[in-house]
Design a protein around this ligand. Structure first.
Ligand code: GLA
Length: 375
C-alpha cells in the first residue's frame, strides 16, 4: 500500500515552471543520490505541468513534447528507477491543464493506462478548466478509480486547492494527498498565510490521505517560477518545521543541483523528517498565545509516546512563546516532566516540569522532541 506517510520528493514547478526537459530531470535524479536527499528519504521526482504536446495523438493518448523529452517518458522513468527513485507526472481534471496543455477530462482511463505503461508512480492532478455541470468530486473519483485499476501503484496527489469543501470528500474519493491551499510563493508572507490557513484542519489529515500545504520553497532564495522576493535561511527553517509538523508532503521546489550547506542541512534534518514521517500520521494541533495570535505552538503526538513541540513566532517583532504542559495533558501533580531535545541544535536541553518558554526572533522557531520522564 502506498501513501502511509507523507510523500517526499522534488517537483519541477516552483523553480522551473514551463522550462523543463529530460536533462534537468535526469540531473535532479543524480542530485538526489549525490547530495544525500535520497538517503534522507526523498524518493519521488515529479514533472509538473508543461511536459506534453498541445495535442493528443490519433488514438487519444497524451504525447510528451519531443523537444523537451526526446527520449520519451518510459526511458526517463527507467533512468529514475535505476537510481532507486520513483517517477511522478502531472495532469488535470479539466479539459486543459492550468498552463493550457491537454487535461484528462473524459480521458481518465486511457491516461492512467498510459502513465502506468511509462512506469509512473505518482500523479499530481490539478483542477483548472473544469467543465461546468460535473461536480469536482466525481472527477477525482474517476481518476482514483482509473489509477487504482491500472495495474501499477500510483500515488494520487489531488490538487484542487481545497475548493468545493474538498476536506469532506477527498479521503473517501481515493486521493493519497490533497492540496488544502492555494499556490505557494517564495516569500515569508506566503509561508505565513498558508500555515495560518491550516489552523484547525488537522482532523482532515492522516495516513493514506494527508493535507498538502503545497511544495516547499526552501532554498529558492528568490529565483525561479514562484519566486517572490525569497526568504532567509531562518525563514526557510521555520517553513520546513511547519510543514513537517503539519504532516504535509515534503516536495522540494528549489534547484537541487545547486544546494548550499544551509539548504542541505534544512532539507535533510533527520530528526525533523522523522517527526513528519511518523507512522501514526497525527497532524499537530496548535495552541495560541493568550493575546498574540502570531505566537503559535504546535504539538504533535508521535507513535513512540513522545511529542514534538514547535514554538513559532510568525510576527515581525521578537516575542516569547510559552507552553504550559497542562495544555497538552500533563498536570503538575502527575509526577512527570518532559525531557526536551532541540531538533535543530541536535541536543538535549533538560527536563522541565510545568512548562517551557522561549524568546524567538521574528519568523523564527524552535522545535523539540519531548519525552515524558519521572520528575
Ligand atoms: C496550479 C497548481 C500548481 C502548478 C500549476 C501548473 O496552479 O496549483 O501547483 O501545478 O497549476 O500549471
Amino acid at each position: 500500500m502506498i501513501g502511509k506517510t507523507p510523500p517526499m520528493g522534488w517537483n519541477t514547478w516552483n523553480t522551473f515552471g514551463w522550462n523543463i526537459d529530460e536533462r534537468l530531470v535526469r540531473e535532479a535524479a543524480d542530485a538526489f543520490v549525490d547530495t544525500g536527499l535520497k538517503e534522507a528519504g526523498y524518493e519521488y521526482i515529479v514533472i509538473d505541468d508543461c511536459w506534453a504536446r498541445k495535442e493528443r495523438d490519433q488514438s487519444g493518448r497524451l504525447v510528451p513534447d519531443e523537444n523537451k523529452f526526446p527520449g520519451g517518458m518510459k526511458a526517463l522513468a527507467d533512468y529514475i528507477h535505476s537510481k532507486g527513485l520513483k517517477f511522478g507526472i502531472y495532469s488535470c481534471a479539466g479539459v486543459q491543464t492550468c498552463a493550457g496543455y491537454p487535461g484528462s477530462f473524459e480521458h481518465e482511463f486511457i491516461d492512467a493506462e498510459t502513465f502506468a505503461s511509462w512506469g509512473v508512480d505518482y500523479l499530481k492532478y490539478d483542477y483548472c478548466y473544469k467543465p461546468d455541470g460535473v461536480p469536482g468530486h466525481i472527477l477525482y473519483k474517476r481518476m482514483a478509480m482509473a489509477l487504482r485499476n491500472c495495474g501499477r501503484d500510483i500515488l494520487f496527489s489531488a490538487c484542487n486547492w481545497g475548493n468545493d469543501e474538498a476536506e469532506k470528500w477527498m479521503r473517501a474519493s481515493g486521493a493519497h494527498i490533497w492540496r488544502s491551499t492555494g499556490d505557494i510563493q517564495d516569500s515569508w508572507a506566503s509561508i505565513k498565510q498558508l500555515a495560518l490557513s491550516q489552523l484547525n484542519k488537522e482532523c482532515y489529515s492522516g495516513p493514506y490521505c494527508y493535507n498538502d500545504v503545497d511544495m516547499l520553497v526552501v532554498g529558492m532564495y528568490g529565483k525561479g517560477n514562484v519566486a517572490h522576493g525569497g526568504c532567509t535561511d531562518e525563514e526557510y527553517r521555520t517553513h520546513f518545521s511547519l510543514w513537517c509538523l503539519m504532516d504535509s508532503p515534503l516536495m522540494i521546489g528549489c534547484d537541487i543541483r545547486n544546494m548550499n550547506q544551509a539548504m542541505k542541512e534544512i532539507l535533510t534534518n533527520k530528526e525533523m523528517i522523522e517527526i513528519n514521517q511518523d507512522p501514526e500520521g497525527r497532524q499537530a494541533y496548535t495552541i495560541k498565545h493568550w493575546n498574540d495570535p502570531d505566537l503559535l505552538i504546535y504539538v504533535k503526538l508521535l507513535s513512540d509516546g513522545s511529542y514534538a513541540f514547535g514554538f513559532f513566532n510568525m510576527s515581525d517583532k521578537e516575542g516569547e512563546a510559552a507552553l504550559h504542559f497542562w495544555d497538552v495533558g500533563l498536570p503538575a501533580s502527575a509526577g512527570y516532566g518532559f525531557l526536551l531535545r532541540d531538533v535543530w541544535q541536535h541536543e538535549d536541553i533538560g527536563v522541565f516540569k510545568e512548562g517551557y518558554k522561549c524568546r524567538l526572533k521574528p519568523h523564527a522557531c524552535r522545535v523539540f522532541r519531548a519525552r515524558l520522564v519521572k520528575a
